[in-house]
Design a protein around this ligand. Sequence first.
Ligand code: SF4
Ligand code: SF4
Length: 488
Amino acid sequence: MENIDININGKVLSVKAESTILEAATANGIAIPTLCALKGIDSRASCRMCVVEVSGARVFQPACATKVSKGMAVNTDTDEIRQSRKTTLELLLSRHAVDCHHCLRIGNSKCDDLDPNFCEMCFFCDCVRDGFCELQALAREYQVDVLPYPQENIEQKIDVSTGSIIRNPNKCIKCRRCVDVCNEVQTVHNLSIINRGSSTKIVPEMDKSMKDSPCVQCGRCVDVCPTGSIFIKEHKDEAVYYAHKYGTDTAAFISSNVLKKLAELFRMDTPVMDAGLVVAGLRKIGMDYVYTDEVVNQLSAQDGKRALLKALDTEKETVIITDSYAAEKFVKQNFAKLAQKLVTYDSPQRIFAKNIKQTFARNQNPDFRLIAITEGGENAAEAYENKSVDFVIPARELYRIFLRTGVDPKQRKPLESDRFEVSRDVLPPMAFFAPVEWSMEKEIKQTEIVLNGKNMKAAISTNLGQAGVLLEQVQNGNSPYKVIRINA
Ligand code: SF4
Ligand code: SF4
């Protein structure tokens, strides 16, 4: 792609000719705030936070939706721009239930003499996103100390119908990120935006509850929501309660996917938090048994391999295999004919639950609670509906637990995790079944596997949109693959 010169904040920069101002600025380390843009999705310019001054334009332009042009001059941070963004934030906050409103740092005070780390110690905010809310962070940065506009539309019903993914429309800022991810990346087409002006709202299909809608509970809308408007139900109080309860044992497993997020939340210099520190922190809180996911991932991969070998014995066409709870729902909902041939195997969460139940049964101590510390709405949904584990706690919630219990894992001496007894009769590992990270990419990962001396063409989906493409090929009889592994 060709490069062109533009001027941002007085500096001449060489940027990609096809890029937006936001992309060009970001690529050059210039931060422009946004509450709606998502990499890889065409911008809707819905939040108006990224407005910038562009040479020749009479009004501010949204940086996320304005393409660069040769010789263009852009200012991203003048007093006028800051004032415009502050007004935008004030308007957004007038339609957002500010549960952090009573906090001295936002909403009702001009105090500027508080310790910046004050929020780390405060126990009074109710919002699940307190401390990680993109709206709250910008309100602080732009010093929104008072809310000048009356609050409206903040008494809508909260949707708790699924029991695992909660929608609180009172905190929705209509950025559309969830809609775009559900429709364009996951292709579930559950969420949409209805009405206009102050009545605009985001709703599941036909304005139904999440439970009655086609939602497959993948939880990807939760990952991208900038506020506490869609979230995984928290269990921090129960988890801490059972960790302390005499006569009840608690067993937790830490999935590697939370360690990166924890390092970020604790503002560590390393990209990933040492699992030993998390083990030490959880033991300090009172968890009796703490496991890492190394062995459960291995056991899950072996379960997958076993299931695949069995399926290959009888299946002449493409084998569709998954350990994903949401992907299974997606197939049943959208490809009913293929659902019969879907091969499933145990996910690491289910393997953990099975192994712990066997271990505890052997020790004759049936009163225990199982806690999966892992990311992903499908884990929470599976736990809620199938009762594999008692609680699923994502990284953000674990961070809140550490803050509220005053346990700082960074300050602890790393401890060894507990270990499952693994049978010696195990199959060699198979990379095809390694954990997969969700992506917003359209491109499908192709690979080759060798089983029983045969080379087979295979593919792995990293989101439901990709899964849909692969399943459609199978349905139409033109899949080039012998095996497809689908993930949500
Ligand atoms: S959980 Fe998944 S399917 Fe359900 S609304 Fe969110 S993105 Fe869509
Ligand atoms: S629910 Fe969250 S992601 Fe969806 S529009 Fe509202 S604020 Fe944005």
